[in-house]
Structure formats: C-alpha cells, structure tokens
Write a protein that binds this ligand. Structure first.
Ligand code: GLY
Ligand code: MN
Length: 455
C-alpha cells in the first residue's frame, strides 16, 4: 500500500469536487466458484483500491463531502472463521493503514446510509452482486455523473509514486515476454507456454491484468484459446501483462516467428507495424490528440500496404473512408492504470473522449478507446497492429467495400498470415512521453537474437 497520507489526500481531493452529501464506495465481495465457501481468487474493486488501498473482501467506505472524514465499514473475523482462514488485519488496523478516522461494523451500514436527508453519490457497478446491493439500498436511483467525472479526472493523472509502482511491476511482465520467446519453437503447444508464463507471474505472487492472448491466430484480437501446436513458418502473438503488487496493470504485446527467424513477408509487415508505432510515439505529448496519433498510424499502414500492393489510391482518402480498418480494425490504445482498460467500468467515452472529440461510428475508428488530448501523467498503451482476418476480408470483398483502395486479389495469399501487434505502455511527461518498464526485445534483430538458440 501507499502511505495513509496518499489515500487521505485522494479522498480529500475527491470530496472537494462534490457539493454535498456522502460518497459510498463498496468494496468487492468474494465470488463463489461453485459453492459459497469455494470462491474465485479475490480481486478488489479498483476505485476502492484507489481511495483506500485495502485489499480485503467485505469492506465498505463512506466519505463525507463536508468534513472530508471517512468511515470504514467491515467486520473482524470470528474465531470460527479464523479456524479455517487464519487471522487477518483488524478493521482498526486497516483504518489506520488507509488514514481513515472512523470504523464500524457492516451491520450499521444500511442505517448509516439511510440516516438524515442526505444525497448519496455512488459509481456505476459492473458486478451483479454490487448492482443488486445498489438497487436495494437506493431503489434504482442512478449513480452520480459528477462523481464519475471527478473520479475519472483524478485517476487519469498518475502521480510519481504510481508511475514507480507501474514501472517496477513491469519487471515481471518483461521477463514473462522474454520467457515466451525463449520457449517458443516448432512443436511446442500454445497451452504449455501460456502455463509457463502465467506460472512465472504467479511464482512472484502476481496475477495477470487480463487473460493471456498467446496464439498463432494473432488476427483474432482477443483470442483466449490455446489449442494450437506451433509450426515453423507461423508467427505467434503474445499479448500479456502482470499486475503490480498493488494491482496496477501492464499490457504488452510482442509478435515473433515460431522458428525464430522472420521470413521476407513477415519482415515486411512487421516493419510497417513498427513504423506505425514509431510515428504514433511522435504524437505522444501534452496537447496532442490521441485520435490524431491513431490516424497517423493508419496512414502509415496504408502507405506500407500500398508499397506491398495490397492497397491502392490516395492515402488521405483511404484513411478518411476507413479502408485501412480491414487490416487495422482496432484503436491505437487506451488508458491504463488499476484497470488494464483504465476506468472502463465508469464509461469508455467519459474516459477517452471529451467535448472536443466525439466517438466515430466508422468501423475501426469506432473502437478507438482514447481520442482526447493527452496530458502529463496519462498512462496509456500504444498498440498498432496489422491483421489478415479471413471472415472480414470475405465480407468486404463480397460487398465490394472500399474496392478503390484494396487489391482483394492480392490478399488471397495472405489469408493464413495471422496478425502482428506491437504494444508498449507509456507515460505522458511534460516534454513528451517515456516508455514504462524494462526494455523487451522488439526489433527484428533483438527478437531473432534472443530466439537464436531455440530452433
Ligand atoms: N490487452 C488487451 C487489450 O488491450 O484489449
Ligand atoms: Mn492493450
């Protein structure tokens, strides 16, 4: 945990932005796997972690906007519970760790919330159990827009201590990625390598920030199947990241050849994706919009694909009509923090867009999660990719979609290419940006160098 001051200051800053009443922040409760006492591994709610850092189930936090005072609701374990689970930090100690002055048992929570005539502010919930609790407590009265915006504002700007936590947390992620490259070889099974890298993170007490994507079918953007045996000549895409000890995410993608050597065609596409990322980085500075970075990456994609004969026509026109999205159908990146898609549960548009930027409904651009101007302290991913998605190619070709920009005949021989994505995590600084975490092999030479002994 950070120091009690950190959490106190965060709560004070939040309380100041809300005019009256109280702010109610429920912590997460355990989720049963198949019966109540056999539950899934606990993950605390990220807003709860942000405002008090307490990583224990069955806690609730109430902040008073007037005084800035907070009350922690929770129960010490009974002796019966201690027999099975062991003792845990007392509620009094927890309150001290988070700089909270008052603490009370959970049975007092409902009475406390219902007392006096006070407005109660709370955030949208993403879990069925918490949604139900809110329904019961507040009779369906909606969450508070002001509160959502204040929390987003605050969590968007990462402080120095958060950046250090993310940076240090990424040491494990970097090792996971190198391990994956070293284990990859013809005949290995995807599942075996996923087990090894996930096990590596677990052996340091870390969990993954999201399910691993490790596949020779890299064109499936969120592919969580690991059924393939790796074959020479294929590429494998590894999108995986460990959480830091305080649950800050990391989100890294590398794509590499199963046999350790890129062939000519793979090299050509890899160079384009690398160039997309390189050019996008040039837009990563305060005041520049991330939508412009995305569009720049798209124009590099079109230029590169034109040079290979896969696209044609004027680059600006192709990007304006969204023709590049056949190959680059997702956004350039997203905010990252305590959630891998940071604060997505509070509303993607509220996090990534503002009055100056509306979300497009054009295929591809519509999936851009972050479009607004960048500010110092934003932590985000830069993750361009190029993919050959047979279903999408067939659909567009049948519809004669963007015929003026795409050479469909040339695409046939790329149908089993898969996909390439390169993803890094950055922080926006006053001067520009900095890549977070230790370096992970990325250039063709670096990757081939590391994989040299695998073949
Ligand atoms: N790492 C998965 C994603 O960014 O959606
Ligand atoms: Mn990502």
């Amino acid at each position: 945990m950070f120091s009690p001051d950190t959490y106190q200051n965060r709560r004070k800053a939040l309380s100041k932005t809300i005019e009256d009443g109280i702010i109610f922040l429920p912590g997460n409760i355990p989720v049963p796997m198949n019966y109540p006492s056999n539950h899934l591994r606990f993950r605390q709610d990220s807003n709860f972690l942000y405002f008090c850092g307490l990583d224990f189930p069955n806690l609730n936090l109430v902040m008073n906007t007037g005084s800035g005072d907070s009350t922690l609701f929770g129960d010490d374990l009974s002796v019966d519970q201690i027999v099975w689970e062991g003792d845990r930090t007392s509620i009094k100690e927890m309150a001290g760790l988070a700089g909270i002055n008052h603490f009370r048992p959970n049975k007092d929570l409902s009475k406390h919330l219902k007392k006096k005539k006070q407005s109660i502010h709370y955030l949208p919930q993403y879990r069925a159990d918490q949604k139900k609790l809110m329904e019961q407590l507040f009779n369906g009265k909606g969450s508070s827009k002001n509160l959502i915006q204040s929390v987003i504002q605050q969590r968007s700007i990462k402080t120095e201590e958060e950046i250090i936590e993310i940076d240090q947390g990424m040491v494990v992620t970097a090792e996971m990625h190198k391990l994956a490259m070293m284990l990859t070889r013809p005949g290995a099974k995807e599942q075996t390598i996923v087990g090894q890298i996930e096990g590596f993170a677990l052996s340091y007490g870390r969990r993954l920030a999201y399910p691993v994507i490790f596949s020779v079918r890299g064109e499936i953007l969120h592919n969580n199947e690991y059924n393939n045996t790796l074959e020479s000549g294929q590429l494998v895409l590894n999108d995986s990241g460990a959480e830091s000890p305080m649950h800050y995410a990391s989100d890294i993608t590398r794509t590499f050849p199963v046999n350790g050597k890129f062939n000519k065609r793979q090299k050509a596409i890899y160079h384009i994706v690398n160039e997309m990322q390189f050019e996008a980085f040039n837009y990563c500075e305060p005041g520049k919009s991330y939508k412009d970075a995305h569009l720049k990456a798209a124009s590099i994609a079109v230029e590169g694909l034109k040079s290979l004969g896969l696209m044609k026509g004027k680059v600006e026109d192709a990007v304006a009509t969204g023709a590049h999205a056949l190959f680059f159908p997702h956004g350039l990146g997203h905010m990252m923090g305590l959630d891998v898609h940071d604060m997505e549960g509070l509303g993607e548009d509220l996090v990534g867009y503002d009055d100056k930027k509306d979300r497009s409904d054009q295929f591809g651009l519509a999936y851009l999660r972050l479009a607004k101007e960048l500010e110092p302290g934003f932590v985000l991913t830069v993750e361009p990719g190029l993919y050959f998605i047979p279903h999408l190619i067939d659909q567009w070709k049948a519809d004669k979609k963007n015929n003026d920009f795409i050479n469909y005949d040339k695409l046939d021989s790329y149908r089993d290419f898969g996909g390439i994505r390169i993803e890094d995590n950055i922080v926006i600084t006053n001067e520009g940006y900095r890549i977070l975490g230790p370096p992970i092999p990325k250039t063709i030479d670096e990757i081939e160098g590391l994989m040299e002994d695998n073949a």
